[in-house]
Design a protein around this ligand. Sequence first.
Ligand SMILES: [Zn+2]
Ligand SMILES: [Zn+2]
Length: 119
Amino acid sequence: MMDPKSFKAVAIRSPRGAKLTEIDWADGHKATYPHELLRGYCPCAGCQGHSGEIKFIAPAPHQLEIDRFEGVGRYALQIVWFDGHDTGLYSYKYLRSLCQCAACAGSSEAAAHRPVSRA
Ligand SMILES: [Zn+2]
Ligand SMILES: [Zn+2]
């Protein structure tokens, strides 16, 4: 099982205008998330419907800018997008599973259907 620290974010950096957000995790891991990934995997019912399975939904170019993050309890982060979309609640566990780095590859639930990195 993963260390609970793997699911605790200690710092979030998302410079205005950037298309990337960096999250430092309490276990020392630094993850970088392209906004295309975050938006494409928005877990809200509006984006994902009610099928239960999270899938990547390619966002439009104007949907890639983040306005701000709001903490939701200790377990999740709400992402408020610049186009007004704010219904996505990303649990830290879910966010961690979206990390695309080599260290996380293959160890997450999202690995099987994560998009190819464009970096
Ligand atoms: Zn959504
Ligand atoms: Zn990682």
